[in-house]
Design a protein around this ligand. Sequence first.
Ligand SMILES: Nc1ncnc2c1ncn2[C@@H]1O[C@H](COP(=O)(O)OP(=O)(O)O)[C@@H](O)[C@H]1O
Ligand SMILES: [Mg+2]
Length: 454
Amino acid sequence: MVAFLEEMLLKEKFTLVFISHDRYFINTIATRTIEIDDFKIRSFQGGYENYLTAKEQLMLGMQKQHDNLLKFLKGEEEWLRRGVKARLKRNEGRKQRVFELRESAKKNPSLIHKMKLELEREKHNFNGDKSLNKQKMLFELEHICKTLGNKNLIKSFSARILQKDRIAIVGKNGAGKSTLLKMLMQQLPIDSGVLKVGDFKIGYFDQQREMLDENKNILETFCPQGGDRVDVCGKNMHVFGYLKNFLFPKDGLYKKIGILSGGEKNRVALALLFTKKIECLIMDEPTNDLDIPTINILEEYIKSFEGAVIFVSHDRYFVDKMANKLYVFKGNGIIEESYQTYSEYLDIEKEIKELENITQNPDSDDDKKQKNKEQKSVKLSYKEQKAYESLPQQIESIEDEIAQIKQCLGNPECYQKIGLLELSQKLTQKEKEVDMLIDELLEIEEKIENINKN
Ligand SMILES: Nc1ncnc2c1ncn2[C@@H]1O[C@H](COP(=O)(O)OP(=O)(O)O)[C@@H](O)[C@H]1O
Ligand SMILES: [Mg+2]
């Protein structure tokens, strides 16, 4: 039906305005795409694919603007912190603007972040829709909730995990990451929601190495039925040949698992895992106790593995390399699905935090040190004392003069008598004079403030 409608519409010559959620339909029919989002209407040339590309450009532009804003803001913040001039009445506007810029700079990262997330999800879905049906669905989570103790670990989390997914679960300690893994493996019940698990085998790699029996030797571990051969990815191999890849010497085959070092046990556990015919690999902080050569082996295996990989990790490098999707535990039971790399995610988080700090405590340690330096001369000189007494009156009288000039400038009879040019020159000169005196006064006032503080 949709195909028929498309064909018919494409033949027609009339102008068509339509609302649709069918992205393929939009892509085929539309010559212009209009988006309404967050109180803004934006128009993009072309169909859905063009819209995605243009939106990406828009986002990159926003990012660039934001970077420039940050640079500019840094200068302004410095000016503001120097204090004296910023306190002048006529600089109120500039000061106000700094506050406004701060606010928008604070909002930008999360706005850009949100746009990026949505865009990535959108691109992923749009391109992935066609292949979705071909990929086996392993897990389907609908509004899963979990509380342990009094802690609300997971609040209404929904997701689908497909055959070739590479999912990294990240977030603070105690957030509930291991709990989520356990629920996927059905070792822990969910409190509410629906968890559908397909028919497939899961391989689990944990730090406790529960899969190993300390009393068996290595050969028995790999060949519990006897013999000395193993099947790895459809290839039948001698255990020794296989273990060579894991950097084990031949005479190690008869060593009891119990006497191996932690690192060696990890390697045995990994090697054993790879001999299992599994469709989903679940790992809880796999790289924690692994040395670099063993991590490399693990990475190679994951790359060649056909099934889904779901793992918890704090290892930025490992996550960047291995994951194509993140489940981020944001705290308070919220899990965010993201297609960013972990590094990108962390960078944005850091930026948001830094901007929040600017407003919360404008006086950073560096500034304080700077101020302390400035406060070394802690007494007013005689000249300063005299100036402090006489300046207010001087300022007042020049300000009176300025007011008179301004009044004259508004009255033709008056300005024609003296001359416009002369008046405006005088005004500029008087304004300069008063500025200098105010600066001088404010600097002395600041000094007095510091003296009183110490
Ligand atoms: N059986 C339990 N009873 C009560 N609280 C638990 C239980 N198991 C774990 N927790 C708590 O739940 C929180 C999440 O644990 P976990 O999923 O292991 O966190 P993560 O793996 O993100 O570090 C922690 O605060 C932990 O102490
Ligand atoms: Mg954990």
